[in-house]
Design a binder for this molecule. Structure first.
Ligand code: SF4
Ligand code: SF4
Length: 296
C-alpha cells in the first residue's frame, strides 16, 4: 500500500505534538519493532511478501525540506516500511533527519528504507512543475489556481505599482509571486482551472549523475525508476548512467503503466538490461497511472 500525504500536515512543534499526530496517523497500525519478520529477509521485504508493505510517497517532485522532514518523522512513528522522496540531496537529508528524530523518540521503531524517485523520460507526470508569470495575470483574477492547489504551492498577492509621477505613470495594480517551485508536485489541478490559460507544465528528467551520487550515500536504501514503457532506449541510457552506484541500494523498483500484453515484453527487455549488475531486490510497480501526479 502506498500513502500519498497531501494536503501536508501542519508543522510539528514538540515531541508531544509529534506523538499525538503519530498516534492519529497510525490509528489501526501497530508500531513495528526492528527485527520483526527478519528470519530470511529484511522486515521491509518481509512486509512486501506478506502484502502489507506501506510506503509514504512524499512526491517525486515535492522538495519542501521542512515538510518532508516532518512527514518522515510522523510516518516513521506510524510504522511505514519505506519513504519515497525526490532525488535531491537536501530532500534526502530531510527524510533522514525526520527518521532520526522519530528514532530518538521511540528507539525501537523500525527504520524505513529511504527510496529516491527518478525518471528516464520527461513524459512521466510525476516529474513536472506548474509555471506562469503572475505579471501576465489580470490583477482582478479571482485566483482559482491558488484555491485549487492541494499543496499550497501557489501564492499570489495584489500590489499597487507606479504613482510616483501620477500623470505619466498612473497607479495600477498587478499580481506578484506565483508558483512556489519546491512545493509544486505537478498534480495538474491548477492547469485546467485558469480562465486565461496562463499556466503551463514544465517537465524535466532527474539528472542521472546527481542520482548516482545519491545512491552512494549510506542513508539511501532504494531507487524507484519511473519509465513510461514506451522506449527501452531511454531506460537503458539511464541505467548505464547510474553505473556501479546501483549496487549500493537494497531495492530497485521499476514503475510503469500496465499497458496489457506489451508490458510483459517491456519488462523482459528492461530486466535484460538490469540483470548484469542488479544485486539487490527487484520490485515491479504496474501502477496503471501515476499516483502522485494524480490528475493525468
Ligand atoms: S500542479 Fe498541483 S501542486 Fe503544482 S501548483 Fe498546480 S495545483 Fe499546485
Ligand atoms: S487563475 Fe490564471 S490568471 Fe488567475 S491568477 Fe491564476 S494563473 Fe493567473
Amino acid at each position: 500500500m502506498a500513502v500519498a500525504p497531501f494536503p501536508p500536515p501542519p508543522l510539528l512543534a514538540s515531541h508531544a505534538a509529534v506523538r499525538a499526530a503519530a498516534s492519529r496517523v497510525a490509528a489501526s497500525r501497530t508500531i513495528r519493532v526492528a527485527g520483526e519478520d527478519s528470519h530470511q529477509h529484511p522486515p521491509q521485504v518481509a512486509a512486501l511478501r506478506r502484502g502489507d508493505w506501506v510506503k509514504l510517497i512524499c512526491g517525486a517532485s515535492f522538495e519542501d525540506a521542512a515538510d518532508v522532514r516532518n512527514l518522515s518523522l510522523v510516518y516513521t512513528l506510524a510504522g511505514v516500511d519505506c519513504i519515497d522522496c525526490a532525488a535531491d540531496k537536501s530532500v534526502v537529508s530531510a527524510v533522514n533527519e525526520g527518521i532520526d528524530v522519530a528514532a530518538s523518540i521511540v528507539p525501537e521503531v523500525q527504520r524505513p528504507w529511504v527510496m529516491v524517485s527518478v525518471n528516464d523520460d520527461c513524459r512521466d507526470l510525476h516529474f513536472r512543475k506548474a509555471e506562469f508569470d503572475p505579471e501576465d495575470c489580470p490583477p482582478n483574477c479571482s485566483k482559482p489556481c491558488e484555491k485549487v492547489c492541494p499543496a499550497d504551492a501557489i501564492s499570489l498577492k495584489r500590489v499597487m505599482v507606479g504613482g510616483e509621477h501620477a500623470q505619466s505613470d498612473p497607479i495600477c495594480d498587478k499580481l506578484e509571486d506565483g508558483v512556489i517551485m519546491e512545493r509544486c508536485y505537478g498534480c495538474g489541478r491548477c492547469l485546467s482551472v485558469c480562465p486565461y490559460d496562463r499556466i503551463s507544465a514544465m517537465s524535466y528528467v532527474r539528472d542521472p549523475a546527481t542520482t548516482a551520487e545519491l545512491l552512494k550515500r549510506s542513508d539511501v536504501d532504494a531507487i524507484e525508476i519511473h519509465t513510461t514503457g514506451k522506449g527501452i532506449g531511454m531506460f537503458s541510457t539511464l541505467w548505464n548512467s547510474l553505473g556501479e552506484s546501483i549496487n549500493n541500494v537494497k531495492l530497485v523498483a521499476v514503475s510503469l503503466p500496465n499497458a496489457g500484453a506489451s508490458t510483459i515484453d517491456f519488462m523482459n527487455a528492461t530486466y535484460m538490461i538490469m540483470k548484469s549488475n542488479l544485486e539487490g531486490y527487484n520490485l515491479w510497480q504496474l501502477d496503471g497511472r501515476p499516483m502522485s501526479g494524480d490528475i493525468g
